[in-house]
Design a protein around this ligand. Structure first.
Ligand SMILES: Nc1ncnc2c1ncn2[C@@H]1O[C@H](COP(=O)(O)OP(=O)(O)OP(=O)(O)O)[C@@H](O)[C@H]1O
Length: 249
């Protein structure tokens, strides 16, 4: 069966006052596809995510945007309601007599079985992000938008979260658009990596995962080098000249 993209963005333009932040951007996302979105600070990543999530009411703009009905969003902070227990945060706004049962299952999936009556402040930052993931996945989204969801976590917790995300995505199979500053996070998780610069896509790379360790190491090293060039960083960690960055695009 042929299914088309679940997100279709055409010639998307967004500005704040006069400043063009998205400048004619095109993007298709296939069902179940995991895309990592990289780009220098201010390149328009969050603005793109917010446009797709329909949260960009402060911006003006134009373009065509086709998005699925069920979209969940996770942010850098968990945005849990402090006065609600974990289970009530997870199932907030969810309808149906089986809501609580689904919420408990989602908490178990993120490794928090038995913690349903705890309060958000009793959890670590990583645990709070796991609740945020449970809250988004219990809605069975066709598209999960994630804006640096692990940005505030320490390196070890972040790596553990990568394993959890891979497992959850293989169970629920949503399409994912993940904004990240971390090149290695993009390589570890995504099927496809996109780089944004000045509000347009300047690189769009497939990111295969290899069973063979040596192949995976070579792939990671080559992709890492290429992505860093697109982001304006040379192999020695120094900033590249603008001409060299343009040449990489
Ligand atoms: N609500 C707003 N009002 C005015 N300007 C805004 C607003 N939101 C974003 N911008 C501007 O749009 C530009 C792009 O912002 P955006 O948050 O999309 O970048 P980003 O790539 O996500 O950056 P970062 O990696 O630093 O989070 C920035 O220059 C920012 O100042």
């Amino acid at each position: 069966m042929h299914t088309g993209p679940i997100v279709r963005v055409r010639n998307l333009v967004r500005r704040f006052t006069v400043k063009g932040v998205l400048n004619g951007l095109d993007l298709d996302i296939a069902p179940g596809e995991f895309i990592a979105l990289l780009g220098r600070s201010g390149s328009g990543k969050s603005t793109l995510l917010r446009a797709i999530a329909d949260l960009d009411h402060e911006a003006t703009g134009s373009g065509d945007l086709f998005v699925p009905e069920r979209i969940s969003v996770v942010f850098q902070d968990s945005r849990l309601l402090p006065w609600r227990r974990l289970i009530d945060n997870v199932i907030l706004g969810l309808r149906g007599s089986d809501a609580r049962e689904r919420g408990l299952k989602a908490l178990a999936e993120v490794g928090l079985a038995g913690r349903e009556t705890a309060w958000p402040h009793e959890l670590s930052g990583g645990e709070q992000q796991r609740v945020a993931l449970a809250r988004s996945l219990v809605r069975d989204p066709e598209l999960l938008l994630a804006d640096e969801p692990f940005g505030a976590l320490d390196a070890l917790t972040r790596i553990k979260m990568h394993g959890l995300v891979k497992r959850l995505v293989s169970i629920h199979n949503p399409a994912v658009l993940l904004v990240t500053h971390d090149v290695d996070e993009a390589i570890a998780l995504a099927d496809r990596i996109i780089v944004l610069d000045q509000g347009v896509i300047v690189a769009d790379l497939p990111n295969a995962h290899h069973d063979d360790d040596i192949e995976q190491l070579e792939h990671t090293a080559a992709t890492r080098r290429l992505l860093l060039r697109h982001l304006g960083v040379g192999h020695d960690g120094r900033a590249l000249a603008p001409e060299a960055v343009d040449a990489a695009h």
